[in-house]
Design a protein around this ligand. Structure first.
Ligand SMILES: [Zn+2]
Length: 355
């Protein structure tokens, strides 16, 4: 048995408000605890999106009632909310900017709409960018121009990790995260994930080439955090004619990482650095007292969606053999999860921006 600190996942789509048939604050935080994650940062592209005071309060109230682990909620950058977001910064996880995929209130059609956010959002609060490939380079330029930190979400490409490496070497304040599915899957795995339903392989950023994945592993030192980008959609949605992109990931994160330790691809120190120490520093998350995760590193088992607590009912890692199982999670002195059962009620989770 090994004991780890509670993991922090800085990138989770809780789906509440608005899409609770996919997930909600209760099921997402059950999935988190079952995966050894004791704090999640929730993304703002809900329905409605979280982009002003009333929508932020809507999400935080749902979280207050239902969350079983600790949490904070991102606000999203839109074309006309740069003036109001700084006043919300103390109660937000940070500011999320979607620089590539754009929709609704969080649409940022051109770079003049990025500028006021970089100018006005408090420099000591995190800005997270969804920015792929050359858009990522533009985002890093903004970090340099405005001399403020940015965190690049879910990097997946060789060109991205190499550019971030070069930017870091020159003192630009950039950090980044990688998702397990971009470390353990390539585009060659899509047929096996799909089982004849190509929508199941859809995720943004897309699964990359073997060379990209190899470059991520070779440059793990450059990567600051592991993040799941837990993005649940139901199996019916994934198998429909217009499949939404996204994979669930909260319950597979730690078993995959522990298996990589078993295969000597990773060390336990790396897991703690990238899932606890660095996210705590980058996102200014207070230490969770009396909080730990117990893992039986010798247990071998297969991943099955049927065993998971996420509402979405599927996983791209179905049938994968892993070694290392979360047996118990203690959160702030209380056993929250043990042997597949929860011992804290919805509402036990705390807003980490309030403590
Ligand atoms: Zn995401």
């Amino acid at each position: 048995m090994i004991r780890l600190p509670g993991l922090i996942d800085p990138h989770v789509h809780v789906r509440e408000p608005g899409q609770t048939h996919k997930e909600n604050w209760d099921t997402a935080t059950q999935a988190a605890l079952a995966g050894g994650v004791t704090a999640i940062l929730a993304m703002p592209n809900t329905k409605p999106p979280i982009f002003n005071n009333s929508t932020l309060d809507l999400a935080l109230e749902a979280a207050r009632q239902k969350a079983r682990c600790d949490y904070a909620q991102f606000v999203g950058a839109g074309p006309d909310n740069a003036d109001i977001l700084p006043s919300l910064a103390p109660k937000a996880a940070g500011l999320k900017m979607y620089l590539d995929s754009t929709f609704g209130e969080l649409r940022l059609n051109d770079m003049t709409l990025w500028q006021p956010h970089f100018e006005k959002y408090p420099k000591d609060r995190p800005i997270v960018l969804h920015a792929e490939s050359r858009t990522m380079a533009a985002g890093i330029l903004f970090a340099a121009i405005y001399d403020r930190p940015v965190h690049i979400a879910h990097i997946s490409l060789r060109e991205e990790v190499l550019l971030i490496k070069a930017a870091k070497e020159r003192g630009i304040k950039v950090t980044c995260e990688v998702c397990p599915h971009h470390l353990f899957l390539t585009r060659d795995d899509i047929p096996a994930i799909s089982h004849g339903h190509p929508g199941r392989g859809e995720v943004r950023p897309r699964l990359a080439t073997r060379e990209d994945v190899k470059a991520l592993w070779q440059n793990l030192d450059v990567i600051d955090c592991f993040a799941t980008d837990h993005a649940p959609h139901t199996i019916e949605e994934k198998d429909s004619d217009s499949p939404p992109p996204g994979f669930p990931g909260l319950e597979t994160l730690l078993p995959l990482l522990l298996s990589a330790v078993d295969h000597r691809q990773l060390t336990m120190d790396y897991i703690i650095e990238k899932s606890v120490i660095n996210p705590r520093r980058i996102f200014d998350i207070p230490e969770q007292p009396e909080t730990w995760v117990e893992v039986d590193e010798q247990v071998e088992y297969e991943i099955h969606a049927a065993d998971q607590f996420t509402r979405c009912g599927w996983t791209p890692f179905e049938g994968w053999k892993v070694k290392g199982k979360v047996t118990k999670v203690v959160l702030r002195g209380k056993t929250a999860f043990q042997d597949g059962k929860f011992f804290v009620e919805p509402g036990y989770g705390r807003d980490i921006r309030k403590s």
